[in-house]
Design a protein around this ligand. Structure first.
Ligand SMILES: [Zn+2]
Length: 443
C-alpha cells in the first residue's frame, strides 16, 4: 500500500480522500465573516478533537480556501495543505484531547468530482446556498468530513446588514458592528459535517402557527405570506403527522429556506431544508418534496448512516413518507403509490443497482428512493401497522442523534419482527431483480 493509500484507507469508499478515522471532532466553534460582493470569506475555526487511535498527525478537509495559520492547543504549528487535505504532524496517543485552530480565507466555491458531481458553497444571483451532501462541507470550513463524526457547533457569521443568514442551528441573537451584522447560532444536537449549512439572501421570515416546535419559512419578500402559507404552511400538519407515527421531532425547530433562484432539487440539512423558488406551489410535485425533506429530519438527520452505501436508509424512508403524506392529505393511498411506482420501476433496468450498495455514481439515483420505499412497504405489510410503526419509531428512538448501518437495521428488524421479516427484506436489499409488488394478502 502506498503512503497516500494508507493515509486514506479509513475514508468512506464513496467519498475517498475525505475524513480522518483516527480523530473525532467533538465541537466546531466557527467565526466567519462574509462579503457578498466579491464572494470573500474569512474564517477562524476552533475544533475540539479527541484522538481515537494512535497516529502521527491530524488530517482535516479544506477545499478551495487558504489556511494561513494553524494552532494546536493554542500554539502555532507547521502544516501542509495539499489537494484539500490540511495536515499537521504530531505523534498523538488514543484518548488525547486537543484543540486545533485554523485561520483561513478565500473565495469559497463548490467542489466537483467526476463520480459525485458538485456540492458545497455556491453563489446565487444575490446570496449563497450551501448544499453539502455528500462531500461539500470542506468548501466553507475545515472539518473531519465523515458522516459518522457528529459534533456540536457554535457559529458566528457576519454578513452585510441587508442579508439574512440562516444556519442549521438555533439562532441565539444578532449584533451590529459597523457595516456588518453578526448572526450567532448554536447546534446542540450532534451533527455530521454534510448536514451543516449556511444560507444567505435578502429574505424575510414567516412563522407558521400550530406546530409542536417553531416551524418557519425564510423566503424572498417577493412571495406573499398567503403564497407561503398555502404551500409551506402544510409543514406544521406534516410535522405533527410524522411525529405521531415516528416519535417526537428530533430538533428544536424546523426552517424551510426558499431561494430567489430556481433550484432543480431541494436538500435537507439539520433542522433546515432548502428549496428553490419553483417549489412555492400547491401541486403534488412540490408538496411531496416538502414532506420528503421534512421527513429526513428523522430519517437521515437524527438517525444518520455510518457510510454512504446505506443511503437507502435515508431516501427509502423519506420517499415512503411522501406516500404516507399523500394518503393523509387525501391525494392518493399508499397502496396506489406503491403499485404505480413498482410498475414504473419494473420498466427500468435493474441489474446495475444493488440497493444496499448502489455505488457512488448511483447513490442518488431515483431507483434507490423508490425501491427503498417499496421495501419499507413490504416490511409494513408483513408486520401489520401496529408492529411496523412500533418497530420504526423504536429504531429512531434507540439511535436518535446517532449513526446506523443496514446491518444494524436488519438486526433490529430481526429482534422486533423475526427472521422471516429479515428474509423478506433480503432480496430487496442485496439482489438486483425486482421482487413482486407488495400488496395485501389475497387469502
Ligand atoms: Zn431525500
Amino acid at each position: 500500500m502506498s503512503k497516500s493509500a494508507a493515509l486514506h484507507a479509513g475514508s468512506d469508499p464513496y467519498v475517498p480522500r475525505h475524513g480522518d478515522p483516527n480523530v473525532e471532532v467533538l465541537h466546531y466553534d466557527l467565526t466567519l465573516a462574509y462579503k457578498v460582493e466579491g464572494n470573500r470569506l474569512d474564517g477562524d475555526a476552533i475544533l475540539t478533537c479527541r484522538v481515537l487511535a494512535e497516529t502521527d498527525g491530524l488530517h482535516l478537509d479544506l477545499h478551495g480556501l487558504h489556511p494561513q495559520k494553524v494552532f494546536l492547543d493554542g500554539r502555532a504549528h507547521r502544516f501542509t495543505h495539499l489537494r484539500g487535505r490540511l495536515s499537521v504532524k504530531r505523534p498523538l496517543t488514543a484518548g488525547t484531547e486537543l484543540t486545533v485552530r485554523v485561520k483561513y480565507s478565500g473565495k469559497p466555491r463548490p467542489i466537483s468530482t467526476r463520480t459525485l458531481g458538485s456540492a458545497g458553497w455556491e453563489e446565487l444571483e444575490d446570496g449563497v446556498i450551501v448544499a453539502a451532501q455528500p462531500h461539500g462541507a470542506p468548501t466553507w470550513f475545515p472539518c473531519n468530513d465523515r458522516p459518522d463524526n457528529k459534533a456540536t457547533y457554535t457559529l458566528r457569521f457576519s454578513a452585510p446588514p441587508d442579508y439574512t443568514v440562516a444556519v442549521s442551528g438555533e439562532l441565539q441573537g444578532t449584533s451590529r458592528k459597523g457595516n456588518a451584522v453578526t448572526w450567532s447560532y448554536e447546534q446542540a444536537v450532534p451533527m455530521p459535517t454534510y448536514l451543516a449549512t449556511v444560507q444567505i439572501g435578502r429574505y424575510r421570515r414567516l412563522e407558521h402557527a400550530g406546530g409542536p416546535v417553531p416551524v418557519r419559512t425564510i423566503a424572498p419578500p417577493t412571495f406573499s405570506a398567503e403564497d407561503l402559507e398555502s404551500s409551506f404552511g402544510a409543514q406544521t400538519a406534516m410535522l405533527t403527522f410524522f411525529a405521531g407515527l415516528f416519535g417526537d421531532y428530533p430538533f428544536a425547530s424546523y426552517t424551510a429556506v426558499i431561494t430567489e433562484d430556481e433550484l432543480e432539487i431541494p436538500l435537507e440539512s439539520q433542522g433546515l431544508s432548502t428549496f428553490g423558488s419553483n417549489f412555492v406551489d400547491t401541486d403534488w410535485e412540490s408538496m411531496r418534496l416538502i414532506a420528503h425533506e421534512l421527513s429526513h429530519q428523522w430519517f437521515g438527520n437524527s438517525v444518520t448512516l455510518q457510510r454512504w452505501q446505506d443511503i437507502w436508509l435515508h431516501e427509502g424512508f423519506a420517499c415512503y413518507c411522501e406516500w404516507l403524506w399523500a394518503e393523509e392529505s387525501g391525494i392518493s393511498t399508499v397502496q396506489a403509490e406503491v403499485e404505480k411506482h413498482h410498475e414504473l420501476l419494473a420498466g427500468l433496468p435493474q441489474d446495475d443497482l444493488q440497493l444496499a450498495d448502489p455505488g457512488p455514481e448511483l447513490m442518488f439515483d431515483d431507483r434507490v428512493y423508490k425501491r427503498g420505499a417499496l421495501a419499507v412497504h413490504a416490511l409494513r405489510l408483513h408486520c401489520g401497522d401496529e408492529r411496523f410503526f412500533a418497530l420504526v419509531s423504536g429504531w429512531l428512538t434507540q439511535h436518535r442523534a446517532g449513526n446506523v448501518s443496514t446491518e444494524m437495521f436488519l438486526e433490529h428488524v430481526g429482534r422486533e419482527a423475526g427472521e422471516e421479516a429479515v428474509a423478506l427484506l433480503s432480496p430487496w436489499l442485496f439482489e438486483t431483480e425486482l421482487p413482486s409488488c407488495p400488496g395485501p394478502a389475497s387469502d
